[in-house]
Write a protein that binds this ligand. Structure first.
Ligand SMILES: [Zn+2]
Length: 479
């Protein structure tokens, strides 16, 4: 029986197991890990993973641990606070050797590792019986002196030695964020591995350059934006098939002595799948434009990404809260689409589960309206459609377009009554939804896509296109 398996369910343990595997090699799987491997990883990592070496954010992960508690550093040999474990007693150290203490602690766990069973009461794997009682000194957010943080007021929790050891290696896989940590968990082992690769590569780089700074930290103080950064980095590896249903959870936490915290963010499989398609199908640039329009920021004052990357992003917020981001695909000020119909369809199909037939019908009607507007030589109908404030107003404008088309001698009707009922303005059970607005915005998107150049030539877009410093569209206020 192996020591570890994929996805045992506890985010800290799974993070640790992922980190151990990745440290051992790109293709190493949990089932292959032996105690010799574990010893190798511990010997490698322990030297780096200490505050003396520069891993300063360890204080928020394992406070009071051998690597962080100052009392382990103040040994004067004669009055040592930890005489039983003090290395100074049997070696020529002038103070406690924390690295050795940490290795000893890990060795203690290794000696107690038993075979994986069918079931057990370990909080990490549920596959072995707990033989180690750990507080938050060794497992984040697990009781300790603040026992009210943990159920039944217990001062810790029971883990098996294998899980206890995995957790000690988990900082390899945490993303630092403004004094807190982001820990990724997923229903997909491959997804977790691809994120682990990003973190471990950074730590190996630190090791090579002899400049240890600690957990991978791309400086995202806003955890939601950090989560989308994670998703983007994960999708750069192709091994995840785009038809897999991968959802991700991100735990944002600190384990500081003063006020441990925990916040959980969930990205549904539909959103993750959409993002994977975006990044793997060459929609990068268009998507970045849409994301940028979601920042509430004065672009005139922006000098670099640092100036906005931690601000609230409405595109991200909406995606996490299942609110439509359709409005962000429209650059109303410049009468221009952000992205193309293909990208918009991808979003609507994957995330909003819109039927392809409905999309196709709206596209056709959009094309016909665009032609009619172009033929009329004026942007009057477009202006009216943009300004429609109610369903009846929107319906009226479509009636005007139908009339215009008859006058222009169009051979076929704008749409049939069935199309109207089924696809353009289908009945909705949810009275809070305003499907007419969604349909109107889709029509506008298509018209902008077809007519943007013409509108510019005709002087109906009198804004400087390159001037992105204007406050952007007002789509949100309308909602
Ligand atoms: Zn366990």
């Amino acid at each position: 029986m192996p020591i570890y398996e994929k996805l045992m369910g506890n985010p800290f343990v799974d993070a640790g197991v992922c980190g151990i595997c990745e440290w051992l090699g790109r293709n190493v799987q949990p089932e292959q890990i032996t105690t010799d491997d574990l010893e190798r990883v511990v010997n490698n990592v322990a030297v780096m993973m200490q505050t003396d070496a520069g891993w300063n954010n360890l204080y928020g992960i394992f406070p009071n641990g051998v690597l962080t508690n100052p009392s382990f550093n103040k040994c004067k040999t004669v009055k040592c606070k930890i005489p039983n474990r003090c290395m100074a007693l049997n070696a020529s150290y002038s103070k406690c050797n924390r690295v050795e203490l940490f290795k000893n602690e890990c060795k203690g766990y290794m000696d107690k590792i038993s075979e994986l069973q069918q079931a057990g009461d370990c909080m990490g794997c549920g596959r072995r019986n707990a033989n180690t009682w750990l507080s938050r000194t060794n497992v984040p957010l697990t009781g300790g002196k603040n026992s009210n943080y943990f159920p039944v007021f217990s001062e810790g929790a029971g883990y098996c030695a294998a899980c206890a050891l995995a957790i000690q290696m988990s900082p390899l896989v945490y993303m630092g964020t403004a004094g807190k940590y982001l820990t990724l968990h997923s229903n997909s082992w491959k997804a977790m591995r691809s994120w682990t690769r990003v973190c471990v590569e950074d730590i190996r780089r630190q090791q090579l350059q002899k400049d240890i700074t600690g957990c991978f930290n791309p400086d995202y103080k806003n955890p939601r934006n950090g989560m989308f950064y994670m998703a983007r980095k994960m999708t750069q590896y192709q091994e995840m098939r785009t038809d897999e249903n991968i959802s991700i959870q991100v735990y944002c936490w600190t384990n500081y002595n003063q006020g441990p915290e925990l916040e959980i963010f969930y990205m549904p499989a539909t959103v993750f799948k959409f993002l994977r398609n975006v990044y793997q199908s060459g929609f990068n640039t268009a998507w970045q434009e849409i994301v940028r329009s979601g920042y509430l920021v004065n672009w005139a004052k922006v000098k670099s990404e640092e100036d906005y990357k931690n601000r609230t992003n409405r595109v991200y917020e909406n995606l996490l809260q299942d609110i439509s981001i359709l409005g962000f695909f429209l650059n109303r000020r410049h009468r221009k689409p952000r992205g193309n119909w293909e990208l918009l369809s991808l979003y609507l199909k994957e995330v909003r589960t819109m039927e392809p037939t409905q999309l196709e019908k709206i596209k056709q009607v959009g094309d016909l309206i665009a032609k009619c507007i172009e033929k009329s030589g004026r942007d009057r109908r477009l202006k009216q459609l943009e300004g429609a404030k109610s369903y009846s107003e929107c319906r009226n404008i479509l009636r005007y377009v139908i009339r215009d088309r008859i006058e222009q001698g169009a051979p076929e009707p704008l749409f049939s009554i069935d199309d109207y009922m089924e696809y353009l303005f289908p009945a909705s059970d949810n009275l809070n939804l305003t499907p007419w607005r969604e349909t109107r915005d889709l029509l506008l998107f298509r018209i902008y896509e077809q007519l943007h150049n013409w509108l510019q030539e005709q002087g109906y877009v009198d804004y400087d296109e390159d001037n992105t410093t204007d406050p952007d569209d007002t789509s949100q206020e309308e909602d």
